[in-house]
Design a protein around this ligand. Sequence first.
Ligand code: CO
Length: 552
Amino acid sequence: MANESKPVKITETVLRDGHQSLAATRTRINDMIPVLEQLDDIGYNALEAWGGATFDTCLRFLNEDPWERLRTLKKYLKKTRVQMLLRGQNILGYNHYADDVVEEFVDRAVNNGMDIIRIFDALNDVRNLECAMKAAKKSGAHVQGALVYTISPYHKPENFLQVAKDLVQLGADSICIKDMSGLLAPYDAYALVSTLKSNLSVPIEVHTHYTSGMGSMTYLKAIEAGADIIDTALSPFAMGTSQPATESMIAALRGTHYDTGLSTDKLAPIAVHFKQVKKSLEKDFNINTNIPIDPEVLKFQIPGGMMSNMLNQLKEQGAADKYPELLEEMPRVRAELGYPPLVTPTSQMVGTMSVLNVKLGERYKLVPEEIRDMVRGKYGRLPGPIDPAVQQKIIGDEPIITYRPADDIKPQLAMFKQQLTEAGYPNASREDILSYALFPKVAIEFFKKVAAGETTPSPVVTKAPTAPNIATTQMQAIAANVPGTAITAPMHGKVVSIKVKDGEIVRKGQVVLVIEAMKMENVITAPADGVVKAINTSEGAKVTTGHVMMVI
Ligand code: CO
């Protein structure tokens, strides 16, 4: 321990990750306003308050304009910097956007009050951060480059150091270790932070989750290794799958070289307020905020939320008994696909691929388009090599791209503006155009509510939606009456589009239908040459496993 004091700084997550982790991101701006000035007085490094889920939830469930929320936060937070989380070229969504949209978004975010932008890419491919980082630099924001933490043979401290060096080269003002699943063990944190600190001069921030029960220990060892900033959540929104508690970390460091200098007395009344907020969210949105830790995540290195998500998918597919197989399958799929870190959207992709493999009995028999694109390199460079046999099965002899994926995307901003004009919003603001670009359907619904006067400051409280209930559709046994080859649904899902017409000649391998299952689109191809004799479903219809959708 060094002799001179080195106060640890704290980024408070109660306005973003805290309620995103424990309360489905439902905290409303009206729940925050009463304590914003008090929070501003604490002396935090920053208040994290914005990100993909916050933005989406504002529009979708809270009838709040996320841009207005940002401006309101900024009005009250006069001393403390506001921070957001940005998914690189994905901005706040799940797909790559053109550079002009990324630049416009960053410009508007900073212009509306954003001070710190934490930028990450699910694969740690820095090429996917370049555009957003340049734009953030230009707008004058503090640019933080984040390393997505995961465990694999390709994620050793020296690998992370290389990514961090690249980010600093691109202008990162600080580096964050983003441990979204609570996998970072205390002594691994010590080793990783030590490696970064001895090679870089920018501040190092650590972001972990309590999911596996190690969060506070991880912070303590990271601090001993020289971490400058830690992310914590005020106690009512701490622990469980959220961050370690702010008050506890302040108390743990008090009187040491690392003393934060922050007052837990000042935090107490704010915590009382958020306790009430939590209660009201539970009631208003019917959510359970009591999420226990789950050390099992360490065994399979799978994020906690993902495990329950996958189990639900299996249940929906009527294959809950295959859960033990699924737990073995997920790490296998991840290894074969080059060890992508499991964070949105790669976690969903690897999870769905594993569910399909287990459910269908044949591995990679049905491959979602997103997985094909990942193998093609369209999400960026994978950390490790892809298993050659698996690659062959998924994309055959197609080449893997070696350039920055967004180089393929033409400017999109004018197109989004045009679409909004056609939808009846010719005077949409620059911010509205971005809301639409990121969440098209949700934004249009929101604009309708604005026109009807149903938005904040008097938020219309809506109940949290329950998981979509896959209705059992009537399985007309037309296959029995019409001779030919039946194309049956390989899983429960929804028909997104039908690519052929009655009477049309189809070739073996031709795409006939697209089914959406588990949030991914799956292409169904003709098993043989033939003529479409009957189509027994429609676009938008729900289908269950085995349902005869078409006869050829
Ligand atoms: Co987080």
